[in-house]
Design a protein around this ligand. Structure first.
Ligand SMILES: C[S@@+](CC[C@H](N)C(=O)[O-])C[C@H]1O[C@@H](n2cnc3c(N)ncnc32)[C@H](O)[C@@H]1O
Length: 366
């Protein structure tokens, strides 16, 4: 396999010459690298550079070239022993070369099926980055996480989660998805809810530090305390969502009733104090995008769905309002914010009927 040197962020990396150039990435050859995921790895670098993040023993369980962990160790410089694993022997070889190229101490290349590795060893941080769904790897990862450890998960199976393949979502996540304007947020909440239900089986809770949707994937950073109380508290944050296609009203409930979708995670998707402490560090691969998302995450209000500007304009039969003007006007009736899920969406703590009424008033210049 021929390799070439690229620079991602501040890190030189050896990656296969033949590789994925766009989209979620398909496997091409035996070692995978997708430079479109550089933003996802930028966020990992910021995560490890967080002033309150102390992780002793970490595992990049599905590392391919090792790009994520090698960048974290080179750019965030945490006091962490990072195990960088892939079951493909050729990937293991590239991981070793990337550790050497960056002259990193504290990195250990591994070449195992992650399920075997996780049956033997425990970690404070485990990163799962599969092709598609993380479901087959969740139980081993949850059980191998040390008390209060962090589980990071990427899921690229957004079509089932967001309701395009509803039956697959029911089979895989045992949850009924919602195909609607806020379907990607609903999908992210199905994924967190699913992890929470699996964690509870092992007396573990789930505390989202940062969870987001971008491009073609969902990404979760979850702290997982290990007590029965935290598992019980976590389960209390699950519930159902109903979207009325006639009235556009969204409604949450603790219990299932006919026509409701879920179960969903209805708690916060970010820890506000943690997200406030995330800093834009020097030399990231996509600094402007990171700055934009940091701002969105730090200001996003805690409501489990959002509204779309053109949902309102086309339902009312008028032209869409300018987003900044819309936010100003909606602030007069309640809490409002932009949302990272959609550049044309917004969150409000008010019901659709109130938002609609205010939208019409704004159109009339009030
Ligand atoms: C999407 S790629 C990971 C990309 C990588 N994290 C990055 O940022 O470039 C998924 C990787 O998981 C590896 N993998 C799949 N199943 C595995 C298993 N059971 N144990 C270890 N590695 C596995 C594959 O060989 C592949 O390299």
């Amino acid at each position: 396999m021929s390799l070439e040197k690229v620079i991602e962020g501040r890190t030189p990396l050896l990656v296969p010459e033949a590789r994925t150039e766009s989209g979620p990435g398909k496997k091409q050859g035996r070692v995978f690298y997708n430079h479109q995921m550089a933003f996802n790895r930028d966020v990992s670098v910021m995560f490890f550079a967080h002033p309150e993040m102390r992780i002793g023993r970490a595992l990049d369980a599905m590392a391919a070239t090792g790009a994520r962990a090698v960048r974290i160790m080179n750019e965030a410089r945490p006091q962490t022993e990072f195990h960088i694993n892939d079951w493909e022997p050729e990937a293991y070889d590239v991981i070793r070369q990337n550790i050497a190229l960056n002259e990193l101490e504290g990195c250990v290349a591994r070449n195992e099926d992650l399920r075997c590795l996780l049956a033997k060893e425990k970690f404070d941080y485990i990163d799962l980055d599969p092709f598609g769904t993380p479901v087959p790897f969740l139980h081993p990862a949850i059980q191998a996480l040390r008390r209060n450890g962090v589980l990071a998960i990427t899921a690229t199976d957004t079509a089932p989660l967001a309701g395009t393949h509803a039956k697959k979502c029911v089979r895989r996540y045992q949850a009924r998805p919602l195909r609607c304007v806020f379907g990607h947020e609903a999908g992210l909440r199905i994924l967190i809810g699913y992890v929470a239900r699996q964690a509870a089986m092992f007396d573990r809770g789930v505390e989202p530090l940062l969870c987001f949707y971008a491009d073609h994937y969902m990404r979760l950073y979850l702290r997982m305390p290990e007590t029965a109380e935290s598992a019980d508290l976590t389960l209390e944050k699950l519930g159902y969502l109903r979207f009325d296609r006639e009235t556009h009203e969204r409604e949450t409930s603790k219990d299932w009733s006919k026509g409701a979708s879920g179960p969903f995670w209805l708690g916060s998707i970010h820890d506000p104090a943690f997200v406030k402490g995330l800093n834009l560090i020097e030399g990231l691969a996509q600094p402007n995008r990171c700055k934009k998302y940091l701002d969105l995450w730090q200001n996003e209000i805690d409501v489990p769905y959002f509204y779309e500007n053109n949902e309102l304009s086309s339902e009312i039969g008028c032209s869409p309002l300018k987003l900044e003007r819309l936010l100003e006007g909606m602030a007069e009736i309640g809490k409002v914010s932009k949302t990272h899920f959609s550049p044309t969406g917004f969150k409000s703590d008010q019901p659709y009927a109130k938002v609609r009424e205010r939208y019409i008033q704004m159109h009339e210049g009030r």
